[in-house]
Design a protein around this ligand. Sequence first.
Ligand SMILES: [Fe+2]
Ligand SMILES: [Fe+2]
Length: 365
Amino acid sequence: MNATPKGLDADYAELAASQPMDTQAMATETTLLNPRFYTTDFDEMDKIDVSSVRPEWDKLIAQMKSDPNKGHFKKNAEWDADWEGMDPALKREFIDFLVSSCTAEFSGCVLYKEMKRRGSNKDICELFSYMSRDEARHAGFINDALREAGVAVNLGFLTKAKKYTYFRPKFIYYATYLSEKIGYARYITIFRHLEAHPEQRFHPIFKWFREWCNDEFSHGEAFALLMRTDPKLTTSFANKLWIRFFLTAVYSTMYVRDHARPEFHKALGVDIEWYDQEVFRKTSTIARQVFPVEIDIDHPRWLPNLRRMRDAFGQMDTAKRRGGVGGWISHKLASAKAAATFVALYTIPVIKREPPKDVRLEPVY
Ligand SMILES: [Fe+2]
Ligand SMILES: [Fe+2]
């Protein structure tokens, strides 16, 4: 059930479309759904010993060092952006998509760079310097696209203004591994879809997604290896529950956020639910390399509860805009509904997996 009154939504959309977009504020804002900036116990991470995965580690580092995408993130004759001709509602959602992607890329850049700066472990510092190099390119490339629309984000300001969330190293592994692999799955799914339907490619940035997502794939591989250096991380009872928690949180957040951009997905010719399930499926298949549990995304409770979660967030949003005591009460009720829905998703029985001996994978989608 969607309790957002249809008329109110339409009014709001009209009002919103007439307002100038403050992309700096969008990127700086910290909400449950926005990409966050992270900090961690860098000293603990600096103590990681990769000798148990040395052959795979050296191979991955050599590949990153060779920098296969060195010349990729540059505009060329294929860049045919047309912001003027874009439908205003689409433009708004597309900018929101770009700002959120840019913030997420830059968040990786900041975290990885800090690890490199604080560390003294040669293996770890080398890995994080390559990864921060890649993320800086990704964020810069998106910001260039935003600049053409006159709404670039001030990334230097963002590092100071944005709130940082502290995560213990193991939570950084789970969350970052997942976000790298899901990033790969998102980019490659859009790329393959537009390869089959080039007439829906309304902006040139999508043409860059294939090589781009290979960077994300490698970053995910690095975290898979890091997790393998300490088997407890993926085998203890408590950590399995944490992995399950991160899978549920990351997947449901993505579902809610994607559903907030109907025009964007319509322009791409993508059914949002189909796209999200496709991304979850790819991510889950890849994550078998290291996670001992997998969310059952075909379970009869999965999609209905994701839809309920989306509605709860819609109601929270409406309540916030309404304000006053009524708005406050509605907000509390919708938050409680979101929390209960999260529990319903979290308790769906998981599929147990035995991660293979050989952890490394290649991007094959
Ligand atoms: Fe990236
Ligand atoms: Fe990445």
